[in-house]
Each structure stands twice: as structure tokens, then as C-alpha cells.
Design a protein around this ligand. Sequence first.
Ligand code: FEO
Length: 394
Amino acid sequence: MSVHKIKDGVFEVGAAHFDRRLFDELIPLPDGTTYNAYLVIGSEKTALIDTVDPEKREVLFENLESLGIERIDYVISQHAEQDHSGSIPFVLERFPMAKVVTNKKCKGFLKDLLHIEDDKFIEVDDGDTISLGNRTLQFIFTPWVHWPETMSTYLVEDKIMFTCDFFGSHYAGASIFVKDEAKVIEDAKRYYAEIMMPFRNQIKRNIEKLSSYEIDIIAPSHGSVYKNPEIIINAYRDWISERVENIVLIPYVSMHGSTERMVYYLVDRLVERGIDVKPCNLTVTDTGKLAMALVDAATVILASPQVLAGAHPKAVYAAFLMNALRPKTKNIGIIGSYGWGGRMAEQLSGLLTNIKAHVFEPLLIKGHPDEDAYRKLTELADKIKERHAELGLL
Ligand code: FEO
């Protein structure tokens, strides 16, 4: 249990989940996560902004008890995913007078997911406000960060923007405020890469929308709270921009060493040409690191051996994931080794159709690489260099 004071009358009362290691049964959490819930006490009404994952609801209730809270008037639901909404039914049970304040779309999701009764809701529109007496909450629709119903809440008098998943990070530490900026931005980049990257265009619109507000504090519902909002806003502006770095990401898997030899050779040729390379062995790399590398790598070369008549399943998984994350990568290619034929290149290409990038001719070799294979890899390195030069990266 711990309550974090954000300002007089504004507290973070959620829960840390230090030992959670997987989110959505998909996303690795090396530093755990937090479910931030914010209590805003006005002169007449009290509001709770988001709740916690139901597994941690007792922590929320202990925190509220430690503050002597006997009444909650409004539960603001910014996003229906259960890590923030899952404890709403328990809050309503504990505080029967409370109403759930949310938008129409979120209300629908909450009814579907949590079976909350219709008469428990107060529906708000984009820009609407509710008064807590001496404090005002304004609701700003920020769709697709992370679901279509997601909204932010602006505490007008205190200039605090509560953003739910937007600007969040999966990091559970002792302090709620940013201490080590570089570490927080690294965590936020991982979070962006895993969850937000497919929504770059919507994020751009949402940043523009929030920029019209004077913001002293950004308070997401995961990870650190920003007293210096520019650091996270500027990081996001960079990640969603078209700017890429002089980096080639090579996710690879190799069964008997042939594909690995190709990868190692290509790495050396690229480094010789002044290009940074991030080889990612798919049998040991955490998918969060792979996603982070996709945020700004100019080029991705996927390397796989052929298994039966297709690509290695780990390469298939990587291709599927990359395609879902829709990185701004400018060039993609496929290399690998096969024994007796198959459709690996077509199969992987078919999984990468969301990525609007220049596609290099696939380079597949039979068996272990020979002089001709190395010559072709050198040519591929030259082509990558050429493309990076055209992008102004060299
Ligand atoms: Fe933190 Fe989309 O839930």
C-alpha cells in the first residue's frame, strides 16, 4: 500500500505490480507495471480517475481507507481495458452512490466487459466538464491511445492532464514522479513500441489536441508522472515522426548455422559501410526489445531458414508482430537458407503487407553460404547503404 501525493487534494491511490512479467499474455514486463488511479478531492465532490487491475483492488481500497475516504461521487473511466476498469464493479459495491463518468463508446465496452448497469453511468461528450466544487474535470477524447474509446481528463485549476495509457510506461518503482529521465524515456519507448506504434497518425492528432491545454503535470495510468511534460511529449513527437535512424534491424533464427553465417557476414559488411546494426536472435530476444528497435530502424532484414516448406515459425511470429506494429521502417528484406526449396520468401512477404517500405529482392541460398552467397550479401549491403544515403542517413 502506498499513496502518492500529486498536489494538495490530488493523490495517486492505485497499485504497483512489481512482479508481473507479462501483459495481455504477450508483452514482457521486465520492470513490472503500475495501475495508477487518481483521487481528486473537490470542495463538494470527490472523483476517482480510473481504478486498478482487479487482482490489486485491495491495495486501492487500503489506500482510500488510509486517506479516510468515505464517499466517492464519480468514477471516471478513461479506458475500458480491465487493467484500469476491472475494479469499477468493486468500487461501485463499496461506494454505492458513485456514478461512472465516461463516454458513450466506453460505456458500451464497460457494459459488455463488466456488466455494469445502465443507471450507473453519466455519459459525457468531448469537451464536457463536471464540477467537484472548487475543481473542474474536463474530458478530452483521445481515441486509439490505446482503444477507440480512450479519453483524457484535464483537471482545469491544477493544470494536470490524466492520460490513461497515453504517455504511460510499464515501470513499477518506489517513486511516482520521474527521477531518472533517461530510464523513464527508455521505458516509455518500450511501451510506445509495444502498444502505441500502430496508431502513429492518431497519436499525432491527439498530441495536437492536448497541446492546446496548459499542462503542468502529465499523469498516465501506468508508470511515472511527469512534472516536466515536455520530455515525454517531445519523445513522442520524435517516435511518431518520419525520422528514422541509420540502423538495420536483423531479426533472425538459424537451425544449423547457415542463416546465422549469412547474418554475421551481412552485419560485418554493414558495419564496414558505416551503418549501425541490431541483430536479434529470435530464440532469445524479448519481443519488447524487438519492438523498440522497430521504432526508428531505417531497415529491417528478416532472416530465416526454411522449415518443411515455409519459414521458421519464430520468423513467422516476428513478421506477424512487425506487421501488426506498423513501424515507419523504410526498407525491408528477407534472407535465409533452404535445403530443397519452398515458399519462405512469399510466405514472409505476405505477412509484411502493412509495412509501406521499399522491398529488397529476397536473398535465399541453398545450403551453407558459399562465395557466390557472400558476394550477393555484399551487394545487399551496398544496396542498403545506397538507400540509407538517399534517406540522408550517411
Ligand atoms: Fe493500460 Fe490499454 O490498458
